[in-house]
Design a protein. Structure first.
Length: 298
């Protein structure tokens, strides 16, 4: 169990070598996060973008090291170049800079030159919240708008695979809804019930899936006790599966902005992890995301 991002950072700092992070279309925010990540021993950045502008920003940050910079003339070229460097084994994961997500992902999923696998691409966030006893993940709040039950299974499998790489033997998964009973008029409860059944049949492996389950029962052992709801997952989930992207995104930002949480996140399902943070993300969120990607990279 990982309780805090400080634990993540200490684990990554213990690696014999730092991972290599490709900063695609490096801007001030991404460069600041990457430099901080390197400073505390998380990853070595390779900057892709306008070389003159990158050198100017590095100078403003007071950086004196001779960093590797790959000059490109456009975001499209930058996306293609960072993907090429990953394919050549020169980068371990990607950090998105000043580039539209669609442009970057178009290069990632290119059938011939991209990083496509046979897995669904989904987003995972990791939250450190003062009212919770360990890091907790929300998925998917960034990639899949309205996943059906089969896509939700793949979202779960992506998240569980990452948790296994983080050292968890059997992560606990809560499929969220407004209620904890299957209601045919509420599709997310039907999906959640089916996902739990698939887990019990051994079709979703390496985890415990509960659902449908409301947020209060998933998050609070006291709420589960009051409502007499018994489950191994209640009050102790590692992974919260949102019914759709909108719910996941709102929950992410509620944890982060209203509950005093710290957040990290990345995209999974491609041949490398892609750190894709909000435009409003702080430098801290970027280097924490780099830390999580470095720890999860296998």
């Amino acid at each position: 169990m990982i309780r805090t991002f400080d634990e993540v950072i200490e684990k990554v700092k213990a690696f014999p070598e730092m991972k290599r992070c490709g900063v695609c279309m490096a801007d001030e925010a991404a460069i600041g996060g990457a430099l901080e990540a390197e400073k505390i021993g998380l990853a070595t950045p390779v900057f892709i973008g306008d070389k003159e502008e990158i050198l100017k920003i590095l100078k403003e940050f007071g950086a004196t090291k001779d960093y590797e910079i790959v000059h490109v003339d456009s975001p499209k070229e930058g996306a293609e170049k960072v993907v090429e460097l990953v394919r050549e084994g020169k980068l371990d994961f990607i950090l998105k800079g000043h580039i539209e997500t669609a442009v970057l992902m178009r290069a990632v999923v290119d059938k011939d030159k991209g990083l496509r696998t046979d897995r669904l691409i989904s987003h995972m966030s990791f939250e450190q919240v003062p009212t919770y006893h360990k890091l907790i993940t929300i998925t998917d709040g960034g990639m899949c708008p309205y996943p059906n039950v089969d896509e939700k299974q793949q979202i779960i499998e992506n998240a569980v695979d990452i948790y296994h790489k983080l050292g968890y033997e059997c992560p606990k998964v809560a499929c969220l809804s407004a209620i904890e009973k299957v209601n045919p008029k509420m599709q997310c409860t039907v999906d959640a019930g089916e996902l739990k059944a698939r887990n019990q049949r051994g079709e979703i492996k390496g985890c415990i899936v509960e659902g449908p389950i409301s947020f209060d029962l998933a998050y609070s052992p006291n709420a589960a006790k009051i409502k007499e709801y018994e489950s191994e997952v209640a009050g102790d989930p590692d992974i919260l599966v949102a019914p759709d992207l909108h719910a996941g995104n709102i929950l992410d930002k509620t944890f982060n902005f209203a509950a005093g949480g710290k957040m990290a996140g990345f995209i999974v399902g491609a041949k490398c992890l892609i750190v894709l943070t909000s435009r409003s993300a702080s430098a801290e969120e970027k280097y924490l995301s780099i830390a999580m990607a470095a720890l999860a990279h296998q």
